[in-house]
Every structure is written in structure tokens, then in C-alpha cells.
Design a binder for this molecule. Structure first.
Ligand code: XMP
Length: 604
């Protein structure tokens, strides 16, 4: 009996996540490129075609060999995979109106894929193309408002396509749909008990490291701490050494917390601390492009590591560089396969690190895992919940939360049809000429932000979610929407963006605002109820100051996210405290009301 599932990676952001979902069922998946031979695929119980950033009708778009349709193996196409499978079976794929984020799906036909699931369900979409004109043998199974063939089936052959992403947690019954494909359609037994991952990981670390030692860059975050602790359990303690680089871009009390955490597990004597604040700020002076910031920071980390190794008399040939890289860091930086689009070059995927990886000098014990799995590993290793539940904090730190621009520019009105949409919601909206990173249809976007202001400054989350989804779907130069929490009563028409760079003063202001948020969330006992809570400083000005943007999100693994619906009283209290932080320096506080996709969690 063939027990594995083959996943064909067509460049999707969530391709590896499909494998992770199957791992939850104790089903093994292997990921192949589109050039995989049908003979290879025939060794599997079923085939999943992943999503991807291309259009099936474009020259050079990834294709699979038509012979895979003759293998008598069930096939499930997801997003781009759905479009590709539909096209191979004779349907037409065309540019559609695009759907990103939460979408209502109506199931219209009985089938094993949706067996016993509600007819109306919430799914997660991220596509620009649509499948039209199904040939007779394909049964339409479900639709959405914009997408007539959101799912189809050829039950006799076991061919299925879903336009949405069942692998992301926001798809309400995604786990069930994948489970039905694997069990009732591919005939595999599914189980959901955890395996002894820690033991396996320790063994693989020992094999990989041999008689070398591991030098770690630790940030105090969950991933690098769990990876550091894993290595310290796998190897004699004297064969590991951690370095904390104080970049001047960290949160308030970060360094002190790390020391306390490492002391509680007996590892503090394996830690070195290096103050590089001046160097980081000097090198980042005047840099406004987010990818450029990331490249510089990544390079400086590696540079600090080599200098420390030299200072400690460590022979490079005897050491591996340890990193707490988790899977989303790799995929968003362009993926291991090289087919996925670059969303952000995470600092642990800088060219310098890639060169070390190429030479086999890096060990990343968590490279296959997602954040929630890493937290679980941390718990299994006996780390304190305060550490394992910490909000993720990106390696480049506050540098990518302190937005910079070169040119002053005024906000502009929304186009007429959108103005009408605003009016009907009692809102005012403007396009802010500041860009932020997004992920739409598996590709990176870098687009403008729309700011909304409810005339009574009322935060109606469902209305804001619906406006934000519509705005990003319709207004194609926008990938993010923010709502004013508190600010001048003059309205948004006078808003402008002013030139700003990374300065110590701005970083300090952001650090204080971030600290207010953390303290208030902890006091309200809500810190563990949200997945992450970035606080962003943007040179969006009403008078002479700037704006702070609150970005609380719910997520499972960081690959997709929803903005968190915090009690509105708390949001207003935080905003009021932030605005009074530095007189005249902060004009307004906004709440980011965009899901991922279309926006990413961080702005840069
Ligand atoms: P985005 O912004 O892409 O982020 O939705 C997903 C998760 O990854 C974190 N992130 C990073 N973590 N180095 C990191 O260690 C980075 O360069 C980086 N960029 C984003 C982000 O905070 C979120 O948790």
C-alpha cells in the first residue's frame, strides 16, 4: 500500500504548509518540483498540486506532465494547482476580479471532499485568475460571490480542485477537507497523535554536528532560544556558545529578559553579549528601502559573529553557525526550491548566510517547523510559558517597524466609486502615499496604504474588516488599510507624509510606544490571546508629528493572519497613552485592519 502523498511545488507560499498539515495526520508528504516524472508520482497514494504566483496562460508558467492524469492516482489542485488541473482537463482560466483574505464559500453539490461539512463556510482566498467554463465531466462543487467554480470534482478519476487554501487555519474546514482527500479519496489512514519529535531532533543534531561545536546568534526570541536549548541538550555544554548582538534595534528590556531566561535553564555562562548599537545605526543612516535595511542588518550580524569568533580564538573550521530559522523565514525569502516569490529577505537569509549555508557551515534544527510547533517543542524542553508564548519579534527589529521615506507627499482622495462605499459606512478614506509590503496571489506586493476615519471615531471591527477586504480587492494599488483610533478632529484630507530616516530619537519613541502596548496587554491579561502585536512608527503627519500604528494579529503560524479584535476601550486607552508620550511628536494612532493576505504582518 502506498502511504505517502506527493506535493508538487508550483511556487506557492503555502506549499510546505500542506506538508505540515499532513504531518499533523501522521501522513508523510514529499515535495517535488514541477519537472517531477509521472513515474515518480505513481509511487504515491495521491498528488497535491500547490498554489503559485504565476498565471497558467502565461509563457513560462510552471506545468506538470499531462501523463500524470493517466496514473490512476487522486489529484487535488489548490489555487494555482486548481487552475492548472482545470486547464489540463479542458476548462478555461482567465483573469478574474481577484479575492484576497476571508471569503464566503457556498457548497452546491454532494461529494466526498465536503462530506458532512456545512454548505456555507469561510475560506481563505488569494488569487487573481479564475476557472471558467468547466467541461462536462467536471462537476462544480462550490462557488463564492466572485468565483463561480471555487471547487470542482471529477469523482470517477479522483480529480479535485479548490480555488481556496485548505491548508491555512483561517479556512474554517480546511483541515477536514484535506483530511477527506487523504483518507476517503486517497485511502490513507490518518492519525493525529504527536510523535517524539524532541528525541528525533536531538539525534539529528548530533549526527549533523559530529565532533564540531555550534556558535549561535541568539535574539531572546522563541525560535533562537529553542534552537539554542535543543543544541545544548544534544551536545556537551562546552560545545555551544551563544552571542547576543545588541543592535540598538531591540525592544525595551529585551537583553535583560534573555539573561533571566537563560539563567533559569543554566545556560547563561554560554552567552556572550556584544554592544554594536553605534555600528548598526551608522550603517543604516539614510536607508529607506526595506529590503536594503534587511540586507545591511543581515550582513552586520554575520560580521559581528565572525569578529566574536576571532576574538574568542574560535577556529572557524571546528564550528557551525546555529540559527533558529523556522520554515516561514525560508519560504518568504524565496523558498528552498527557488520557485517561490521573495516576500521579504529575512535577516537569516542574507547573502552572507546563504554563502555559509552553501558551504554546509550552518545548522538550523527548526528549519522545517512552524511557530506553533516550535512553541510546543519549547514546552516539551521545559521552557517557561512566558518565553514560549512570547510574541515573535523579527531579527531586523525596530528598524523595519520605523518607516522611512525620502520625499514629502500629500494624501489623495479615493476614487469616486470607493468614496460612495465610504459614505455608506459613515467613513472618510484617503490614500496615504506610503508603501508597505503585502503578499497577494503568492507574490510580493509593495503598495500604498488607505487610511479610514469613522466620523464618530467608532471602531466597528466587522465593518472595518469588510471595508478593508473590499478596498484591497478593488483598489489595486492598495494592500493595507488602517483605521484612525485617535487623532485631530480635522479629518484626513490634510494628512501628508514627511521625509524621515532611522534616528535614535524615532527609535526611542517607537520603543516607548511598544512598551506601553506590551504593558497594557499584560495588565489586561490579553498578551497570550494575540499571536503578535507589532507597533509601527510611520511619518504620516497631520500637523508636525507622526503616527503610530497598532498591528495586533491572530495567527497560527505567521503565514496567514487576521487582525485581532481587542476590546475597543483598551485600544482607545493605549492610543491615548501613546499620543501623550511626547508632546507634539505623535499626531495620531491608527489600527491596522488588514488580514494577511493581502498585507503581511510586518509593514516592511
Ligand atoms: P510577515 O511580516 O512576513 O511576517 O507577515 C511573518 C512573521 O515573521 C516575522 N518576521 C521576521 N522574523 N526575521 C525574523 O526573524 C525577519 O527578517 C522577519 N520578517 C518578518 C514577523 O514578525 C512575523 O511574525
Amino acid at each position: 500500500m502506498k502511504k505517502r502523498i506527493a506535493i508538487v511545488d508550483l511556487g506557492g507560499q503555502y506549499c510546505h504548509l500542506i506538508g505540515r498539515r499532513l504531518r499533523d495526520f501522521s501522513v508523510t508528504a514529499e515535495i517535488y518540483g514541477p519537472d517531477v516524472s509521472p513515474k515518480e508520482l505513481a509511487m504515491h497514494a495521491g498528488i497535491i498540486l500547490s498554489g503559485g504566483p504565476s498565471s497558467v496562460y502565461e509563457a513560462g508558467a510552471p506545468k506538470v506532465q499531462p501523463a500524470i492524469l493517466e496514473l490512476k492516482r487522486p489529484i487535488l489542485g489548490i489555487c494555482y494547482g486548481h487552475q492548472l488541473l482545470a486547464q489540463m482537463l479542458g476548462a478555461r482560466v482567465e483573469k478574474g476580479s481577484g479575492e484576497y483574505g476571508p471569503t464566503k464559500l457556498s457548497v452546491s453539490a454532494e461529494d466526498r471532499l465536503f462530506a458532512d461539512l456545512p454548505k456555507e463556510q469561510l475560506v481563505w482566498m488569494s488569487h487573481g485568475d479564475t476557472v471558467n467554463q468547466l467541461p462536462a465531466q467536471l462537476i462544480p462543487l462550490a462557488s463564492t460571490e466572485q468565483c463561480p467554480n471555487a471547487a470542482f470534482a471529477d469523482p470517477a478519476n479522483g480529480f479535485y480542485g479548490v480555488q481556496f487554501h485548505p491548508e491555512v487555519v483561517q479556512t474554517e474546514y480546511g483541515r477536514d477537507i484535506l483530511g477527506r482527500f487523504v483518507s476517503s479519496i486517497c485511502g490513507l489512514e490518518i492519525r493525529s497523535d504527536g510523535k517524539d519529535r524532541v528525541q528525533k531532533l536531538l539525534e539529528s543534531i548530533r549526527t549533523r554536528v559530529g565532533n564540531k561545536s555550534v556558535f549561535f546568534l541568539v535574539s531572546g526570541g522563541v525560535d533562537s532560544t529553542v534552537a539554542f536549548v535543543l543544541c545544548s541538550k544534544a551536545l556537551p555544554k562546552e560545545r555551544i556558545l551563544g552571542l547576543y548582538v545588541d543592535t540598538g534595534l531591540m525592544r525595551k528590556r529585551e537583553k535583560e529578559d534573555l539573561v533571566v531566561n537563560l539563567a533559569s535553564i543554566g545556560l547563561v555562562d554560554r552567552l556572550r553579549i556584544k554592544d554594536e548599537t553605534r555600528l548598526f545605526l551608522d550603517k543604516l543612516k539614510g536607508v529607506v528601502d526595506p529590503e536594503e535595511k534587511r540586507r545591511i542588518i543581515g550582513g552586520l550580524f554575520v560580521d559581528a559573529q565572525s569578529r566574536t569568533m576571532a576574538e574568542c580564538g574560535i577556529d572557524e573550521g571546528q564550528w557551525l553557525l546555529g540559527q533558529g530559522t523556522i520554515y516561514p523565514d525560508t519560504i518568504e525569502s524565496g523558498g528552498a526550491s527557488g520557485r517561490a516569490a521573495v516576500i521579504k529577505t529575512h535577516h537569516n537569509r542574507s547573502p552572507e548566510i546563504l554563502a555559509l549555508l552553501e558551504k554546509g557551515l550552518v545548522i538550523e534544527p527548526l528549519a522545517e517547523f512552524y511557530k506553533d510547533e516550535v512553541r510546543e517543542l519549547g514546552r516539551l524542553l521545559g521552557l517557561q510559558p512566558k518565553l514560549t508564548n512570547r510574541w515573535p519579534f523579527p531579527g531586523p527589529g525596530l528598524a523595519i517597524r520605523c518607516l522611512c521615506t525620502r520625499n514629502p507627499e500629500k494624501a489623495t482622495r479615493l476614487e469616486k466609486p470607493l468614496e460612495a462605499l465610504m459614505e455608506s459606512s459613515d467613513c472618510e478614506g484617503v490614500v496615504i502615499p506610503i508603501k508597505s509590503v503585502g503578499v497577494q496571489g503568492d507574490s510580493r506586493t509593495y503598495k500604498h496604504v488607505v487610511a479610514l476615519r469613522h466620523r464618530q471615531q467608532h471602531l466597528d471591527y466587522e465593518m472595518l474588516q469588510s471595508l478593508s477586504t473590499k478596498l484591497c480587492n478593488v483598489h489595486t494599488t492598495t494592500n493595507r488599510v488602517i483605521a484612525l483610533i485617535t487623532g485631530p478632529a480635522t479629518g484626513l484630507m490634510d494628512v501628508f507624509v514627511k521625509p524621515a530616516t532611522l534616528t535614535e530619537e524615532r527609535l526611542e519613541m517607537l520603543r516607548e510606544a511598544d512598551f506601553i502596548v506590551r504593558r497594557r496587554m499584560e495588565q489586561a491579561k490579553l498578551a497570550e490571546k494575540v499571536w503578535q502585536f507589532p507597533v509601527v512608527l510611520a511619518p504620516i503627519s497631520f500637523r508636525a508629528g507622526e503616527a503610530i500604528i497598532l498591528r495586533p494579529v491572530n495567527s497560527e503560524d505567521g503565514m496567514t493572519a487576521d487582525f485581532a479584535r481587542l476590546p475597543t476601550d483598551l485600544v482607545h486607552e493605549m492610543a491615548d497613552e501613546i499620543i501623550s508620550l511626547r508632546k507634539g511628536k505623535i499626531d495620531a494612532v491608527f489600527l491596522d485592519v488588514t488580514s494577511k493576505p493581502p498585507a503581511t504582518i510586518e509593514w516592511e
